[in-house]
Write a protein that binds this ligand. Sequence first.
Ligand SMILES: [Mg+2]
Length: 227
Amino acid sequence: MQQGRAESSSESGEQQKHMSMNLPTFIASDLEGVFIPEIWIAVAEKTGIQELRLTTREVSDYDELMKMRLRVLAEHKLKIQDVQAVIATMDPLPGAPEMIDWIRERTRLVIITDSFYDFLVPFNPKLGFPTIFAHSLTVERDGSVSGYNLRLPHGKRKAVHALRELGFRVMAFGDSYNDTAMLSEANFGALFKPPANVVADFPQFPVANDYTGLKALISEFVRIPGQ
Ligand SMILES: [Mg+2]
């Protein structure tokens, strides 16, 4: 009896898998470390402000980290225009615009980042204006940055969850700890050029170390069943 039940549940699992294979695909990607360099690190290097090098690896509380960053910007009298001017000197990672085009020729793409729309303005044309889900900053009339607003908490994971609810089969990839929840939420999650500690902590995710490897994983994911 128990065995029979196990068989039928595995059959329905197979059926579900087969049905899900017929759903249209959607790709959800991280931004920093995948298509562009880490913005705060670049700003730290170009301004010489060492405190801005700190990331969630050193300061695990994101709110504490962001408040520190905004305080440091205020202390150095850096306005949003100053930070944008630094960001405007940055380029996407080599091959990133072509990689984005390659994905969009094959399926749908949304880039989901914990960065801010106010910072990404200079990158939009360099990346070919992809759809990006980001957060936003509170900018005063004089350009000073007085706060930050998360569009919603756990935005990466919730976006992938919502795409699946909308009837898509979703592949997600990213390079770091803040991506692993959306990778788990997706039908298929992969790490792109992750640091060794992320690979060690999340051995369940396949790893692509360059765009060639990523294209192979995406090709496998978006392939049309029966072909
Ligand atoms: Mg990243």
